[in-house]
Design a protein around this ligand. Structure first.
Ligand SMILES: Cc1cc2nc3c(=O)[nH]c(=O)nc-3n(C[C@H](O)[C@H](O)[C@H](O)COP(=O)(O)OP(=O)(O)OC[C@H]3O[C@@H](n4cnc5c(N)ncnc54)[C@H](O)[C@@H]3O)c2cc1C
Length: 314
């Protein structure tokens, strides 16, 4: 990175002195499941909600670019990294039970949340067994698997709004749709940050729930989800089009297609994988060629589900 930009970010973070773990020039390849991406100028992991709110307020006032990152399971980070501050929610990991409600901090891993629910004999979250990423990311993305989505089990969401206020509110189902949530309004820096969520669950039989979770994890393994670094589905599925994106890419012969070490999975054409040393530019080139092919063949625009972080030259 440029030395003067680094100095500005360092000076800013030293001045505000928040309760957080800090790193500079932090490789994003270490924090994304694609294992791709150059360095972020600064990486900050606030240890409390208050510290995160103070940091974000200061960042908003400073005009420095920043972005929120959960588990990095749905992000392709640029080879040049991110010029600004990555605010990680990893420090906000907690789980608390209150009757049939389970409360989790944004940085809690979804796999830990699912295990806790099952351990407490609470049913409703098994569908998310084996889903990589954080609770905050899953709520923000309304993660969906096995015909169920997070919005169906959410009771309340605790969020930090752009005006600096923290609110915990029951969710309005009308504002949620397939891979759409009210938090996505505005650009990354205006969007609300999910601080935590509570899930309304039902009493269940722990061994039956655990068996279902194992079955779904095995299904993910069989589909090759964990064979290579990836970020799950590359494109959203547009039901109006009548065919899932993977089917479209299959018909267009994309299964196994490669640009450098970026490849379309041999097992599922909507999963793009890093075969070893993939660069973000290679992955982007593969994404662009898939979109161009779908547009030419069907007049259909494939919409990426994976979030692109940093600069990607056209
Ligand atoms: C092997 C594999 C399988 C997958 N299978 C599925 C699947 O079946 N279904 C599915 O839906 N997804 C799937 N995914 C994608 C991924 O698991 C989900 O999108 C997950 O919910 C992302 O969570 P995250 O914490 O990693 O988010 P990140 O990747 O860290 O962030 C994704 C986006 O959310 C924003 N964000 C993250 N945390 C917050 C927060 N607290 N507040 C506000 N914004 C936030 C980020 O700014 C970014 O825009 C899969 C991924 C992998 C690697």
């Amino acid at each position: 990175m440029l030395a003067d930009a680094m100095a500005t970010v360092r000076e800013f973070l030293e001045k505000i002195n928040i309760d957080a773990a800090l790193a500079f020039d932090e490789p994003l390849s270490a924090h994304t499941t694609f294992r791709v991406g150059g360095p972020a100028d600064a990486w900050v992991e606030p240890r409390t909600e208050e510290a995160l709110a103070a940091l974000v307020a200061a960042l908003r006032a400073s005009g420095l670019p920043w972005v929120t990152l959960g588990g990095g399971a749905n992000v392709l980070a640029s080879d040049s990294g991110f010029r600004g501050v990555v605010v990680s929610t990893r420090g906000l990991a907690s789980i608390r039970r209150d009757g049939n409600l389970l409360h989790a901090g944004a940085g809690t891993r979804v796999t830990e949340l699912v295990a806790s629910a099952i351990g407490a004999s609470l049913a409703g979250l098994e569908f998310a067994a084996g889903l990589p990423g954080s609770v905050g990311g899953a709520v923000y993305m309304n993660a969906r698997c096995y015909d169920r989505e997070f919005a169906e089990v959410l009771s309340t969401v605790r969020r930090l709004d752009a005006d600096g206020s923290i609110r915990e509110e029951a969710i309005e189902r009308g504002e949620w749709a397939y891979k759409r949530t009210p938090f996505m309004a505005g650009g990354a820096q205006e969007a609300s940050i999910v601080l935590g969520a509570s899930f309304r669950l039902e009493p269940g039989d722990a061994s039956a729930l655990a068996a279902r979770a194992r079955e779904l994890e095995a299904d993910r393994r069989a589909k090759g989800h964990f064979d290579h670094p990836c970020a799950g589905s590359m494109f959203k599925n547009d039901r109006a089009f009548g065919r899932p994106s993977g089917k479209i890419l299959d018909e267009l012969g994309f299964r196994g297609r490669r640009v450098g070490d970026a490849a379309v999975s041999e097992k599922h054409a909507n999963i793009f994988v890093n075969l070893g040393k993939a660069r973000a530019a290679d992955m982007k080139a593969l994404v662009d060629s898939a979109r161009a092919a779908a547009l030419e063949a069907y007049g259909f625009v494939l919409e990426p589900e994976v979030v692109f972080l940093g600069d990607f030259p056209d």
